[in-house]
Design a protein around this ligand. Structure first.
Ligand code: 5AD
Length: 362
């Protein structure tokens, strides 16, 4: 590895910040040795904050009906081959109860931008879950909404919100989305969610069409500035019924490299080893954890709808029961020396973990 690469990794681990050009340099000039060093640094800083704990989130895919037409996504509005479904509140509550028995203490409600899920019905659902399982965190991942809507859902008890920024480059955003969607609105949502008090997750796909190392550097700078509580990144995987069907998928290698960088940029961040990462490589999620991730999100959706929530092709864990999925992940994590824990798994604020900050000794 060249000296510059080596020194930049040292600076990143110490200062948790680099310039845009330096981020780009680290990505363009990456090599196996640099990846190994970054992963070691990321793993060590993560262990200081979270030990060998891996948090689990029960993912419930509440609807695949979507008003948007994102060019990469399998549940985009114009995909006629996608069989649409929407879970009922009762079905969702059953999934939550089953998950609770299995030890889940965070539930993520994810879905397309489906008009059915207005504020009234969502607030009622959140209220019922919080009433029954007051020790659980409720995470929403339901796309772009108005500030008023985010506020109402927050008041109803939602704790966290996941909304990937998808790309921090305005021009790149335009090439991944139809004209009626905008980078400005995406960013407006993220900043408002943070302002309201949610724990907020952003994130992006690795290897999406037209992505360059310069754009990835912008993503990292955005993460450094925004300081999200969670950050979801996974490889882009083409879906056969989208305009991006002919593009090649992102790689495990680059995804893991970026996971390590993100851990060093923002040490306490909650970082999932995503299902997409597990889809492009049989040991993808293990590799993600070893690179610095500390969250996994097994699927709790009813088995019969899972196939229909197909953002990309060949998604894993399509046929397993919730209990099987959790047991399998526990086993996989144990083989690499990590332990799945049953906790809400909130972000640990840096103040509580003095050990890693470059400023702590001042
Ligand atoms: N490949 C990988 N990830 C995808 N997503 C959507 N489509 C794809 C795809 N083809 C991601 C987006 C979205 C999240 C829910 O899933 O980043 O925000």
């Amino acid at each position: 590895m060249n000296e510059k690469l080596f020194s930049l990794i040292g600076i990143l681990a110490k200062n948790h910040s680099l310039s845009l050009d330096e981020y780009e340099y680290l990505i363009v000039n990456r090599c196996d040795e640099a990846a190994k060093l970054l992963a070691e640094q990321a793993d060590s800083i993560r262990k200081k904050i979270y030990g060998n704990a891996v948090y689990i989130r029960g993912l419930i895919e509440i609807s695949n009906i979507c008003k948007n037409d994102c060019l990469y996504c399998g549940i985009r509005r114009s995909n006629r081959h996608c069989g649409r479904y929407r879970l009922s509140p009762e079905q969702i509550l059953n999934c939550v109860d089953e998950g609770y028995t299995l030890g889940f203490r965070t539930f993520v409600f994810q879905g397309g931008e489906d008009f059915f899920w207005g504020d009234d019905i969502l607030c009622k659902l959140i209220g019922r879950i919080k009433e029954k399982h007051g020790d659980c965190a409720v995470t929403l991942s339901l796309g772009e909404r108005s500030r008023e809507s985010y506020e109402r859902l927050y008041r109803a008890g939602a704790d966290r919100y996941l909304l990937r920024h998808e790309t921090a480059d305005r021009e790149h955003y335009r090439r991944l989305h139809p004209e009626d969607m905008s980078f400005e609105n995406r960013m407006r949502c993220l900043w408002e969610l943070q302002d309201i008090g949610y724990q907020v997750g952003c994130g992006f796909m690795v290897g999406s069409p037209f992505q360059s190392c310069a754009f990835l550097a912008e993503d990292l700078k955005f993460i450094e500035t925004f300081r999200p509580d969670m950050c979801g990144i996974g490889p882009f995987i083409p879906h056969r019924d989208t305009p991006f069907k002919g593009y090649s998928p992102g790689t495990v290698e680059l995804t893991c490299y970026l996971l390590s960088m993100i851990r060093l940029i923002h040490p306490p961040v909650l970082l999932p080893a995503t299902t997409a990462l597990g889809t492009i490589h049989p040991r993808g999620r293990e590799m993600g954890i070893m690179a610095g991730a500390n969250v996994v999100m097994p699927n709790l959706s009813p088995a019969d709808v899972r196939k229909k929530y197909e953002l990309y092709n060949n998604k894993i864990c399509m046929n397993e029961e919730a209990a099987e999925g959790k047991a399998m992940l526990e086993q996989r994590m144990r083989t690499i020396g990590y332990e799945i824990v049953t906790e809400r798994g909130d972000i640990k604020q840096p103040a509580a973990a003095q050990c890693f900050s470059g400023h702590a000794d001042l």
